[in-house]
Design a protein around this ligand. Sequence first.
Ligand SMILES: [Zn+2]
Length: 45
Amino acid sequence: MKNEQKHRNPQTVKCQYCKGVGYFQLLLGGSETCDHCGGSGRKHS
Ligand SMILES: [Zn+2]
């Protein structure tokens, strides 16, 4: 179950960098807002 991205609803495309959560989980602890989607978790065009 690596790539479960399906193109059925274009308006809810998840950001591929943060997997739609809007932030990255840091190895050292804590989290960092995803720059690619601005923390929304959705892909911007
Ligand atoms: Zn993102």
